[in-house]
Design a protein around this ligand. Structure first.
Ligand SMILES: Cc1cc2nc3c(=O)[nH]c(=O)nc-3n(C[C@H](O)[C@H](O)[C@H](O)COP(=O)(O)OP(=O)(O)OC[C@H]3O[C@@H](n4cnc5c(N)ncnc54)[C@H](O)[C@@H]3O)c2cc1C
Length: 475
């Protein structure tokens, strides 16, 4: 019997796992995909929000501000990229100024620090590409950007190093409560018995909850956001995260540098019926290109290298639901934006609820952190040369756009919860994430994955399931 099973290996589930590993117990994360970070946590703006736009007193406000305040230390502890570059909410017309002031006041009420209101000249000195008639802006210096993939992966690796098991390709299709414990049943009929369950199933957290608790049903709807990603040649086009004043549909089309130096524009906002549908459409891409011009001028759209979309898990109540809904059953429901920013606080909060309910003792062996993969493109030459002496694969560049070596790819595969797919390699070391999007290095990556995993190249997939690259030939 497990002590706790966490359903879902997104940033919420893995943060709960890392925080739970500070306590003694037998913990398991089950995930329906073949890797961590396969749904909403892989497709978002990567912003560490300040917390001025969440309703005061809500769980969103509390978790956002606390998560933001924890992010810098956590990024050092778990070694994932994070930069406090600040956000600017732009007010283009003088008559809208009261809305900006209200946002500032709300931020103060929520406990956000580092905010001030600035005006036209100061804005343009910081951001020369902003629309020239801009009236004022709310600057939040506490806000920043983070690598959403590596944050999720780092949480998973850190928890795994501290004893949490992971079981992939396992979809929980049924949950039963039997006496004082739960039985989780997978798509293959496998049964997992556990004292407690943490529901961190993102878009499907309503379905997991509603199986057990019929009298208090939740409804999570998918609200799709489509983006365009621009090449690193646009580095410096904007220096902060730029928003316009929020509307009832959310934070609108933003422009931001990514942590790796690309420029990201989007997202749109549309409810969709199929929660798994993350296509991008010509209509919405045109909308992004048109609307972004309200914020910045002369957007270098010819530098677009890819488009993608992610689905927000919107619960009808509009707030995060974080609670022990019945003895031993813990819900993380409606974790839409700012769920990434909030993950450190959500993980700590939920792990504490579980510890109190189950009476878990401290894990005296807990070791914070993980072993990062060396990033050779950012190393000084002497240090890189020393690494090459130890292992010549760190001198062989495979991905030319992002300058990723074979050594880094091998490391991404042969580590705790290592990559088994091409996307898994991409999210760990950025091979295929550059300008050519894998057009050049993909065959080499497939070859390395097959060699390291000891399988045929035909078995290698983009992202598990049936996403094969090579048609199987009769032998
Ligand atoms: C367009 C967009 C922009 C955003 N921008 C930001 C931002 O800039 N900053 C910010 O703070 N937040 C942002 N967010 C929100 C943030 O991305 C999410 O809140 C966060 O990633 C949610 O993580 P999660 O782990 O709860 O969900 P997910 O990442 O979706 O993880 C849930 C996991 O559960 C698994 N699962 C589901 N059902 C089952 C089952 N039955 N059995 C086994 N496994 C199951 C899924 O496969 C999935 O891996 C944005 C979201 C979107 C969509």
């Amino acid at each position: 019997m497990k002590d706790v099973v966490i359903i879902g290996a997104g940033v919420t589930g893995t943060s709960v796992a890392y925080n739970l590993s500070k306590y003694a117990g037998d913990f398991l994360v089950v995930e329906k995909h073949s890797d961590v970070c396969e749904e909403t946590s892989k497709a978002n703006s990567g912003i560490c929000h300040g917390g001025y736009d969440a309703v005061p007193g809500s769980m969103k406000a509390k978790m956002n501000v606390e998560g933001n305040h924890m992010m810098e230390e956590l990024a050092k502890e778990l070694d994932f990229p994070y930069e406090r570059i600040g956000t600017l909410v732009l007010c283009h017309k003088k008559e809208d100024f009261p809305k900006l002031q209200a946002l500032y006041d709300q931020g103060i009420e929520n406990g956000v620090g580092g905010m001030k209101i600035i005006y036209n000249e100061e804005i343009l000195a910081m951001e020369p590409n902003v629309e020239k008639d801009v009236y004022a802006a709310l600057l939040c210096e506490e806000a920043g950007i983070v690598d959403p993939f590596l944050m999720n992966i780092a949480y998973a690796e850190g928890s795994n190093l501290n004893g949490v098991d992971y079981k992939f390709n396992t979809e929980i299709t049924k949950i039963e409560k039997i006496d004082d414990h739960y039985v989780l049943i997978s798509q293959d009929g496998e049964e997992i018995e556990t004292r407690a369950v943490v529901n961190a199933a993102g878009l499907y957290s309503d379905a997991i909850h509603n199986q057990l608790l019929n009298d208090n049903k939740f409804e999570v709807r998918a609200r799709r956001g489509e983006y365009l990603l621009l090449d690193k040649a646009t580095r410096g086009f904007v220096n902060h995260v730029l928003f316009n004043l929020p509307t009832e549909k959310g934070k609108g089309i933003l422009v931001t540098p990514t942590i790796d130096g690309n420029t990201l524009i989007g997202p749109t906002s549309d409810f969709v019926d199929d929660k798994a549908d993350t296509v991008t459409t010509q209509e919405r891409i045109e909308e992004v290109i048109e609307k972004v011009e309200d914020t910045v001028e002369n957007v270098p759209v010819r530098q677009v290298i890819t488009s993608f979309s992610g689905n927000r898990a919107h619960e009808s109540g509009g707030d995060f639901i974080l609670e022990e809904s019945q003895k031993g059953f813990f819900d993380c429901v409606g974790i839409e934006s700012p769920g990434l920013t909030s993950a450190p606080a959500i993980g700590k909060y939920m792990a504490n609820l579980v510890k109190e309910s189950l009476g878990l003792a401290e894990n005296k062996e807990f070791k914070p952190g993980r072993n990062p993969i060396p990033k050779t493109s950012e190393m000084e030459t002497p240090a890189h040369n020393n690494l090459i002496k130890e292992n010549p694969l760190y001198g062989k560049i495979i991905c030319r756009c992002e300058k990723v070596t074979e050594g880094e790819i091998v490391d991404a595969i042969n580590r705790p919860l290592g990559a088994t797919t091409v996307d898994g390699v991409k999210r760990r070391v950025r091979a295929t994430a550059g300008r050519c999007q894998g057009g050049f290095c993909l065959p080499s990556i497939i070859e390395i994955l097959a060699r390291e995993l000891g399988v045929d190249e035909e078995e290698i997939t983009k992202k598990g399931n049936n996403s094969y690259y090579i048609e199987k030939r009769a032998k």
